[in-house]
Write a protein that binds this ligand. Structure first.
Ligand code: BTN
Length: 510
């Protein structure tokens, strides 16, 4: 039923296609969006987002951050979504229409429910709903604190004056209605009808269009023999007076028929430019370049590929770092690349040099190299190298943080991106072209040249106070150059030297 309503709304708005979006937004452009409350409100309709996006082919991620019925303040983010920009744009209006209207109903219901708080009287909604949206508006009313009255003409009897006239009287109408097997309520308009209904065993009475004072008198006469609902002209200014008249329920059509669409906005941010694979292939003709939009890790996708082949992913779900750590691989924000190379003892150092050179060339950011595999910008890591030997080949993994604008809290102190360091967006395609060229160039250099170049490019290679995590604990000292195998020499404070063969180096005091 709800799926059908959503489909109907999408069909009504999108029809044969969103011609504007198709004309202006590239099919592979990705984006993220946020639904924001722009005034205090009670939110409802959030479950529909999942249905809306599913109907349009799905999104990468939808995070609903509030629950229906939550009170929200201006500026609160209700939900975030990531996916194709086309999908987000074509669904925007329908998603907002549902959220704005249903939150309006929930907000109105909350205002009525708050107004009668402490009286023991409950606020009922009515059938005065938008055609086609009965179920959703009733769910929103309930989320806002109202109690649902009957859903339609099928699930409860409500005998009004025309029914009484047609049935031949109050008693007759009640007797006939009992065969329906659903709850029965009867409207009484005079004291005589009231007495007749009570005598006929009515358990639920509707009193319409009384003043609060009249209602109090009628309730006194009923004296608990039936439950009482008051209706007619009930609004926020008088609902408490009606509730205090002793009624069990007050019903207010205004909750649905006069609910205002709440101010909720959708903010869209386009993802930075994606990698232009065709351009890359033109720059490196004859080279195998495999591209995946999403992959666990590019390190695992090089099997069977020849030397020089490159695997790229826009996003990694299980990006690998050194020493079993993970590599944060936000979709579309970084370069996640593995390439098959000839093994060399100084390959990690050569690739760090290549990454630093490509970064400087394309973004202007000058990097330091923290032995052996960290590429640093402004004291934070901007790129990392991971080399694995598989079947006699070196699988070289290079991760560069390119256009991230923020990092998860646990990484924020040590990670940065080129965009943050350079203060502008950087083209991942330009960077990859420079990187692959630099990898080719540095991988062809003899080890002595790499050691010399690394020693020149890295403030960590010699004369730097560092702390190193060794298997039997942290050791402090001063770096004293590299061995021919590329190991780091650490001169400890007692004057003796020790060789550092794996990572774990950090500037002393950091
Ligand atoms: C490190 O600094 O710890 C090494 C990070 C290496 C990350 C890259 S991203 C591309 C390739 N695929 C992976 O899963 N890891 C490497």
């Amino acid at each position: 039923m709800i799926d059908e309503t959503v489909r109907w709304a999408l069909r009504e708005d999108i029809g044969a296609g969103d011609v504007t979006t198709r004309a202006c937004v590239p099919a592979d452009q990705r984006a993220r969006g946020r639904f924001l409350a722009r005034e205090p409100l009670v939110v409802a309709g959030l479950d529909l987002l999942e249905v809306i996006y599913r109907e349009r082919g799905g999104v990468d991620n939808l995070a609903v951050l509030k629950r229906d019925g939550d009170r929200c303040q201006a500026g609160d983010v209700l939900a975030t979504v990531r996916g194709r920009a086309r999908t987000l744009l074509e669904c925007e209006r329908v998603a907002l229409n549902f959220l704005q209207r249903l939150s309006g109903v929930a907000t109105a219901a909350r205002a009525f429910a708050d107004e009668v708080e402490g009286t023991g009287c409950r606020v009922l909604d009515t059938r005065k709903t938008t055609p086609g949206l009965r179920l959703l508006e009733k769910q929103a009313a309930a989320a806002g604190g109202a109690t649902n009255h009957r859903m339609g003409l099928f699930d409860a009897v409500l005998i009004k004056n025309n029914h009484i006239a047609a049935a031949g009287g109050v008693r007759q109408a009640l007797e006939n209605a009992r065969t329906a097997g659903v709850p029965i309520e009867i409207e009484v308009r005079t004291r005589e009808e009231l007495r007749e209904a009570l005598a006929a065993g009515a358990g639920h009475l509707l009193l319409d269009n009384l003043t609060p004072e009249e209602a109090r008198e009628w309730v006194r006469e009923i004296a608990g023999r039936a439950r009482v609902e008051l209706s007619g002209g009930i609004d926020l200014s008088n609902v408490r007076a009606y509730a205090e008249a002793g009624a069990d329920f007050v019903s207010a059509g205004a909750i649905t028929h006069s609910a205002r669409a709440m101010d909720i906005s959708f903010r869209l941010e386009l993802d930075p430019p994606a990698i232009d694979i065709e351009r890359l292939r033109r720059e490196f003709p004859g080279r195998t370049i495999v591209h995946y939009p999403k992959l666990d890790s590019t390190m695992r996708a090089t099997t069977g590929l020849e030397a020089g082949a490159v695997v790229l992913a826009d996003e990694q779900t299980a990006g690998q770092g050194r020493h079993g750590r993970s590599w944060h691989s936000e979709a579309g924000a970084g370069i996640y690349c593995s390439t098959v190379l000839k093994p060399s003892p100084v390959l990690t150092l050569a690739l760090g040099l290549a990454a630093a050179e490509a970064i400087a060339q394309v973004s202007g950011v000058a990097c330091d190299l923290r032995w052996p595999n960290d590429v640093m910008a402004g004291g934070k890591k901007v790129a990392g190298i991971l080399v694995q030997l598989v079947d006699g080949a070196a699988i070289a993994g290079i991760g560069i943080n390119v256009n991230q604008t923020a990092f998860p809290a646990e990484l924020a102190a040590q990670a940065t991106s080129l965009r943050l360091a350079a203060g502008r967006e950087v083209s991942p395609t330009d960077l990859l072209i420079a990187l692959l060229g630099a990898v080719d160039a540095f991988a062809a250099e003899p080890p002595e040249a790499i050691l010399r170049l690394f020693a020149r490019a890295s403030s960590y290679a010699a004369g730097r106070r560092v702390t190193v995590e060794l298997p039997d604990g942290a050791v402090s000292g001063t770096t004293a150059g590299l061995t021919p195998e590329g190991f780091l020499i650490l001169r400890k404070d007692d004057g003796t030297d020790t060789l550092v063969i794996a990572g774990g180096v950090r500037a002393a005091g950091s």
